[in-house]
Design a protein around this ligand. Structure first.
Ligand code: ADP
Length: 285
C-alpha cells in the first residue's frame, strides 16, 4: 500500500501561508495583483479562469480578468500586455490558453515583463531555471507544486533515478530541470521514446505528463517508487482519472498522487504563491 501524496491538504497549507504573506503586504499598503488574459469564450478556460479568480479573492489577491473578443489582433494584444507591464497595481500576468490561430503565442509570452511572469514561461526565466541560477525567478506552476509535494513528503531526490514522461514546456521540461537541479538523475521521454516501459520500471521517481489515460499500470512501476500523475481525464462514467491507473499501481508504489486531489490543487496554490513572490520581489527591489 502506497502512502498517498495528498495535494489537496498540502494546498490548504500553502494557501494559508500565502494568505499570511498577503496580509503582511497589505500592512505595507500593498495588494498583490494578478491579471489573467483570456481570448474568446472557451468553456474550459472560463472555468479555470473563474477558479483562479475565486482563489485569488479568498487569499486577498487582486484578480483582474482581461477578456478579449476571439478576433482580437496581435498588435492590439501586444499593446494590452505593454499596458499591464506598466501598471504598478499588477504583479503577475498570465495568458490563458488556448489562443486563436491568428495570434503568435511566442511573441506574446516574450512581451510579458519577466518580473511579472506568473507562469514562469518567459524564455529569460526558463533560461535561469536551466542554468540553475539561485534566483529569485518564477517557474512553471505545476512543476513548482510537484517539487513542494516531494519536499513535504521528504522523498529523497539526490541520486534518485527520475523518469519524466512528456516534454512540454508547461510540465515535462521544467520538472526535468528542477529534478536535475535537485541532483536527481533524470530521463526525459517523449512519444518517440523506445522501450519507455523499460525506463519507467527503473524509476525511483516517475512523473507522468503525457496526456494519455492510464498510460501507466502496475507492471510499469518499480515497487516502492514515487509516482506523480499530472494527467486529468474524464471517464465515460463521469469520474476523473489520470495518466496512471491508480487502483492498479497504488498497491506497489511507495508514494502516489491521486487524481483528483494530487497535482491539480497544488498547481493553483503554486500560482497564488508565485503571484505573492513576484509582488515581494518587485516591491522589495
Ligand atoms: P502536458 O501539458 O501535460 O505536458 P501535452 O499534451 O502538452 O501535455 O504534451 C504531451 C507530451 O507527452 C508530449 O511531450 C509528448 O511527446 C508526450 N507523449 C505523448 N505520448 C507519449 C508516450 N506514449 N510516451 C512518452 N511520451 C509521450
Amino acid at each position: 500500500m502506497a502512502q498517498l501524496l495528498d495535494g489537496r491538504s498540502l494546498a490548504k497549507v500553502v494557501n494559508a501561508e500565502t494568505k499570511q504573506r498577503v496580509a503582511a503586504l497589505t500592512d505595507r499598503h500593498i495588494t498583490p495583483g494578478i491579471a489573467v488574459i483570456m481570448v474568446g469564450d472557451d468553456p474550459a478556460s472560463m472555468i479555470y479562469t473563474r477558479n483562479k479568480e475565486k482563489k485569488a479573492r479568498q487569499l486577498g489577491i487582486k484578480s483582474v480578468l482581461k477578456h478579449y473578443p476571439i478576433e482580437i489582433d496581435q498588435a492590439s494584444l501586444m499593446n494590452e500586455i505593454a499596458a499591464l507591464n506598466n501598471d504598478d497595481s499588477i504583479d503577475a500576468i498570465m495568458i490563458q490558453k488556448p489562443l486563436p490561430k491568428q495570434l503568435n503565442e511566442t511573441e506574446l509570452i516574450d512581451a510579458i515583463d519577466p518580473a511579472k511572469d506568473a507562469d514562469g514561461f518567459h524564455p529569460l526565466n526558463v533560461g535561469k531555471l536551466f542554468d540553475n541560477q539561485t534566483g529569485p525567478y518564477p517557474v512553471s506552476c505545476t512543476p513548482r507544486g510537484i517539487m513542494r509535494i516531494l519536499r513535504h513528503y521528504q522523498i529523497p531526490l539526490s541520486g534518485a533515478r527520475a523518469v519524466v514522461i512528456g516534454r512540454s514546456i508547461l510540465v515535462g521540461k521544467p520538472i526535468a530541470a528542477l529534478l536535475t537541479n535537485a541532483d536527481a538523475t533524470v530521463t526525459l521521454t517523449n512519444r518517440h521514446t523506445k522501450d519507455l516501459k523499460k525506463l519507467t520500471r527503473e524509476a525511483d521517481i516517475l512523473v507522468v505528463a503525457a496526456g494519455i489515460t492510464h498510460l501507466i499500470d502496475q507492471a510499469d512501476v518499480k515497487p516502492g517508487a514515487t509516482v506523480i500523475d499530472v494527467g486529468m481525464h474524464r471517464l465515460d462514467n463521469g469520474k476523473l482519472t489520470g495518466d496512471v491507473d491508480f487502483d492498479d499501481v497504488e498497491p506497489v508504489a511507495g508514494h502516489i498522487t491521486p487524481v483528483p486531489g494530487g497535482v491539480g490543487p497544488m498547481t493553483i496554490a503554486s500560482l497564488m504563491a508565485q503571484t505573492v513572490d513576484l509582488a515581494e520581489w518587485r516591491r522589495n527591489g
